[in-house]
Design a protein around this ligand. Structure first.
Ligand SMILES: *[C@@H]1O[C@H](CO)[C@@H](O)[C@H](O)[C@H]1NC(C)=O
Ligand SMILES: *[C@@H]1O[C@H](CO)[C@@H](O)[C@H](O)[C@H]1NC(C)=O
Ligand SMILES: *[C@@H]1O[C@H](CO)[C@@H](O)[C@H](O)[C@H]1NC(C)=O
Ligand SMILES: *[C@@H]1O[C@H](CO)[C@@H](O)[C@H](O)[C@H]1NC(C)=O
Ligand SMILES: *[C@@H]1O[C@H](CO)[C@@H](O)[C@H](O)[C@H]1NC(C)=O
Ligand SMILES: *[C@@H]1O[C@H](CO)[C@@H](O)[C@H](O)[C@H]1NC(C)=O
Ligand SMILES: *[C@@H]1O[C@H](CO)[C@@H](O)[C@H](O)[C@H]1NC(C)=O
Ligand SMILES: *[C@@H]1O[C@H](CO)[C@@H](O)[C@H](O)[C@H]1NC(C)=O
Length: 882
């Protein structure tokens, strides 16, 4: 790159010219490396005044899409093997005395990548690798030649991950076509890292409006596809519909017209368009049928195409002419800049089908053909084009944003007939309210997830979503779907018992030949009165399509509260057992909640949060009243059972410790996923637990008061003696309680392990401890009752304030009463989220147990009331059974 030393005279001339600039720039930034050593060309030249319009136009020229970087320098800076991306942002630009040279006096290049960090888990349990995002930015200054298209910049970099690290003496060399075009659409180059890292190669698609479309319009095949009737040309709408993954269908025969583009998937990665309807794009071809998530970053694959063309408003199609782009060297090796535009003359068109059927449901469809094979002159397509259809994400994220409201679904009569026949043969439930039949239903009530009951170790899972219900299209944009559902489907379901319905079902058939996930496109009938769904579907195999898959589902009604989800069904093959496409039928279990249940459950959780706060606040108040009671009556301290207070304090402490444990365990997990917001979550949880923490502290104070009262009393020996006798009575009871808890908990956790999806968390020691603490605290009055019974203290010492024991009993009993009510009222979800009255604190989780505990606790309170009643003689109660 160094200039030839052949003409020393010119060289010195240049130097004289350069020197003042070098001095100036070195004043501005002391450590800027010299242009002469890194960027001998284009030769620096003094700045000229540049007006605002011109500056904007020039800045626009240096605006690129987020690009791809690679090379050994990338592995020096970031974790190898995970690709990152770069962005380039020009800040200041001006023309120079040399009309062919532009001074880009300030720009930022940022490389985004990932680094890994070893972490030890909380409390020393487990360790994991935290992978986090890092950005390294470079401040650059340099010159661009409009004749050689070369941009050469020098500068420094900063790495703010950990102690700030500076990279000095860097040079960026980029080739930026001054007017990008179909055959010259890329910006490529490299960053030389000086001593700190090796070369980083950069490549991206030229952005901005300077693109030069070629003369003459691209042609589309004459035959018209039915395309959806949408309004005028909108660049944003077109972009959002084009940027997608496409599954390609190649000609069955050997005679593909595009033998080099044989990959099964295409991803449209970059789309730019102009207001006049001109469109250009970049698409890569992937071997992976389950491609990576869509991003706006430039992607590099072995095969790609660049295309340009126009939106044909008449036929409502996009007609493009395309060129094949080949990666000269594998991009993980050094020379990633070698993206070569090779064969042009490929025809490409995109359109939006207006009608969906069971076999063809693409929001966007495309076709590629070899234009050089077409008959001369005519816009003919060769015999074997590649057809492409956009497909859904393998596991659908919450929303797809495509507005499909102008697409019509057309049912196939033979599919409906087969489905109806199987519907008539099935034994269905009786009438109840099923999705579609009750008011305020949503199309989302028809979505469900499921798993298959098979004997294999791997659980097959799937997800089903409605595509159309009756005449309403309910796929795509949520708002449009909800509108179509409420406007058309809801009315149709009221009118007729049986409605046409179509579904998309994503299912991980482990036995099917595509190992990842296959989509079954199904349609059939749904009975709104019995919640029975019967459909015939097509599953796509790698070379063929099997359209003899029967899916029947019995949904549960809204009233049925079933912990085990929301219906049962079956996926089976209608083929002979001898057929190669036959597969074993599977029973499936649905899970999920209806929309009404979801909103109910959110409401319930909010309510429970309030009750929890109120009850711990009340319990603080009751403890304070008891503290006052003890301070007022010195005898009360003497008559209060220390055992009872200790049990209460432990009962407070164990749930707190358990929460802390869960919180810490979650924190470790969340740290990996959402390191940013974890702190906020913790704060909220801590605030919610503050009253419980205060109650615990007050409880300790009460214990300390009672203990001190004991010790200061003249007959503390006697009172300690009776406390010992209380322990003699209570300790065996507590031990029996612990043993029972252990046995039952073990049983519970064993059954939970059998059903990992719906069972409670498989029991741990913590869980058992919580149950036990709950049980002991429910009977917190027991030691006091025993003490009162055996004590020889005068009966006039009323140990407990009525507030304390009545209030405490009410607080302990309420969750059990509420649990009974809740179990009857609410449907349990797959992972129940209980804020208040967590069934984990109960033993059996059954209503009977709740009743037993409630009665026991109330009985103890009554006994205590009777013992402490004014003038009551404690001794007489000695025969009371305790
Ligand atoms: C900049 O462009 C706008 C319109 O594009 C024009 O009205 C304005 O006069 C221009 N300004 C200069 C300084 O050329
Ligand atoms: C993690 O624990 C190991 C030993 O158990 C220790 O050597 C290492 O320094 C710890 N790492 C961190 C980041 O604390
Ligand atoms: C494909 O073509 C090759 C030779 O070009 C031939 O050997 C092969 O049998 C053909 N396959 C099919 C399915 O036609
Ligand atoms: C298009 O067809 C021509 C002639 O058959 C062939 O040479 C060329 O490789 C084909 N183009 C592509 C991209 O496969
Ligand atoms: C979807 O498109 C239709 C017209 O094609 C329009 O009337 C409707 O408002 C759009 N819905 C949403 C949610 O954008
Ligand atoms: C279901 O679709 C078929 C075919 O399009 C149609 O004939 C039939 O009337 C539809 N049934 C209902 C209940 O809308
Ligand atoms: C298609 O499936 C067949 C078996 O059904 C398998 O042998 C073949 O490798 C598959 N082809 C691809 C490209 O996955
Ligand atoms: C599926 O369930 C049916 C009853 O609903 C039962 O007869 C059949 O054996 C089950 N099949 C499997 C594979 O579990």
């Amino acid at each position: 790159m160094a200039p030839p030393p052949s003409n020393p005279h010119r060289h010195t001339q240049q130097l004289c010219f350069v020197l003042p600039i070098l001095l100036l720039s070195s004043v501005a930034a002391e450590s800027t490396p010299s242009f002469s050593s890194h960027c001998p060309s284009p030769a620096p030249s003094p700045d000229l005044h540049t007006d605002a319009n011109d500056t904007n136009a020039l800045l626009e020229h240096f605006h690129f899409s987020p690009g791809f970087f690679s090379g050994s320098g990338a592995s020096n800076l970031f974790m190898p093997g995970i690709s990152g991306y770069f962005s380039f942002l020009p800040h200041a630009v001006s023309r120079t005395a040399d009309p062919a040279v532009i001074h880009l006096s300030s720009a930022t290049l940022t490389l985004f990548g990932k680094r890994a960090e070893e972490h030890n888990g909380t409390l020393g349990f487990g360790s994991y690798e935290r992978i986090y995002d890092v950005a390294v930015s470079f401040r650059l200054d340099g010159y661009y030649s409009t004749t050689t298209f070369e941009l050469c910049m020098v500068g420094t970099g900063t790495d703010t991950d950990g102690p700030v690290k500076r990279y000095a003496d860097l040079a960026l060399r980029l080739r930026v076509p001054s007017k990008p075009s179909l055959v010259d659409p890329f910006v490529a180059g490299h960053l030389e890292g000086g001593v700190d890292f090796e070369t980083v190669y950069l490549v991206t698609y030229a952005d901005g409006d300077v693109y030069k479309y070629s003369e003459g319009r691209a042609t589309c095949p004459a035959e018209a596809a039915t395309t959806s009737a949408r309004g005028g040309f909108s660049c944003a709408a077109l972009r959002s519909r084009l940027l997608s993954e496409y599954r390609l269908r190649h000609a069955q025969s050997n005679s593909s017209s595009l033998p080099r583009l044989h990959e099964p998937a295409m991803i449209v990665n970059q789309v730019h368009c102009a207001a006049n309807g001109a469109v250009r794009l970049y698409a890569v071809f992937s071997n992976d049928v389950m491609p990576w998530a869509r991003t706006n970053r430039f992607a590099v694959e072995n095969q790609a195409v660049v295309a340009e063309g126009f939106w044909d408003a008449e036929t409502r199609r996009l007609c493009l002419r395309a060129c094949r782009v080949e990666l000269a060297v594998s991009y993980w090796s050094s020379a990633a800049e070698k993206l070569e535009v090779r064969e042009c003359g490929i025809g490409m068109s995109f359109w939006f089908p207006a009608v969906w059927t069971v076999r063809d449901r693409s929001a966007t469809a495309a076709m590629l053909w070899n234009g050089s094979q077409a008959a001369s002159g005519d816009a003919g397509v060769t015999s074997d084009p590649i057809t492409a259809s956009a497909f859904q994400y393998i596991i659908r994220t919450t929303t797809t944003t495509t507005n499909l409201s102008d697409v019509k679904y057309s049912y196939t009569q033979t599919f409906l007939d087969t489905a109806t026949r199987h519907y008539l043969n099935a034994n269905k439930k009786t009438k109840a309210s099923f999705p579609g039949a009750y008011n305020f239903s949503s199309y989302r009530d028809f979505e469900f997830r499921f798993f298959a009951d098979n004997d294999e170790m791997v659980r097959e899972r799937g997800q089903a979503y409605p595509v159309s219900i009756g005449s309403a299209m309910v796929d795509g944009d949520e708002l449009a779907a909800e509108y179509a559902f409420s406007r058309h489907a809801a009315a149709e379901m009221k009118q007729s018992r049986l409605v046409n319905i179509s579904y998309g079902i994503l299912f991980q058939f482990t036995a099917f030949d595509r190992p990842d996930c296959s989509e079954i496109k199904a349609e059939g009938v749904y009975d709104t009165e019995t919640g029975f769904l019967s459909m015939l579907g097509c599953r796509e195999l790698n070379v063929s399509t099997d359209c003899k898959v029967l899916i029947t589902v019995q949904l549960t009604s809204l009233e049925e509260s079933q912990p085990s989800g929301h219906g049962k069904g079956r996926i089976s093959s209608l083929r002979d057992k001898t057929d190669v496409l036959y597969f074993e039928s599977r029973n499936i279990t649905l899970y999920g909640m209806y929309s009404e249940q979801v909103s109910e459950s959110i409401w319930r959780m909010d309510l429970e949060r309030i009750i929890t706060l109120a009850s711990s606040t009340l319990s603080c108040a009751f403890i304070v009243l008891q503290i006052l009671h003890i301070k007022r009556n010195r005898d009360a301290a003497l008559a209060t059972s220390i055992t009872m207070l200790a049990v209460l304090a432990l009962g407070c402490a164990i749930p707190l410790a358990l929460d802390l444990h869960t919180l810490l365990a979650n924190r470790d997990k969340q740290f990996v996923e959402l390191s940013g917001s974890a702190g906020l979550l913790d704060l909220q949880e801590l605030v919610q637990r503050a009253p419980a923490l205060i109650a615990f502290v007050l409880q300790l104070r009460l214990l300390q008061l009672a203990w001190a009262g004991r010790l200061s009393s003249s007959h503390h020996h006697r009172s300690l003696g009776s406390e010992r006798r209380v322990l003699q009575v209570c300790l065996p009871l507590y031990l029996i309680g612990a043993a029972v808890t252990g046995v039952i908990h073990d049983g519970n956790s064993r059954s939970a392990r059998k059903d990992p999806l719906f069972g409670e968390d498989p029991g741990t020691l913590w869980g058992a401890l919580a149950s036990y603490a709950g049980l002991a605290t429910d009977g917190f009055l027991l030691p006091q009752v025993v003490l009162n019974a055996i004590s020889s203290e005068s009966s006039s010492a009323r140990a407990l304030s009525p507030w304390f024991y009545v209030g405490g009993t009410v607080i302990r009993v309420t969750p059990h009463v509420y649990d009974v009510f809740r179990a009857r009222r609410y449907v349990q979800s797959a992972r129940p989220s209980y804020v208040y009255a967590n069934p984990r604190d109960g033993l059996f989780g059954s209503a009977a147990w709740d009743v037993v505990v409630t009665c026991g606790a109330t009985a103890l309170a009554f006994l205590l009331f009777w013992q402490q009643r004014p003038g009551g003689d404690v001794r007489r109660t000695k025969t009371g059974g305790y």
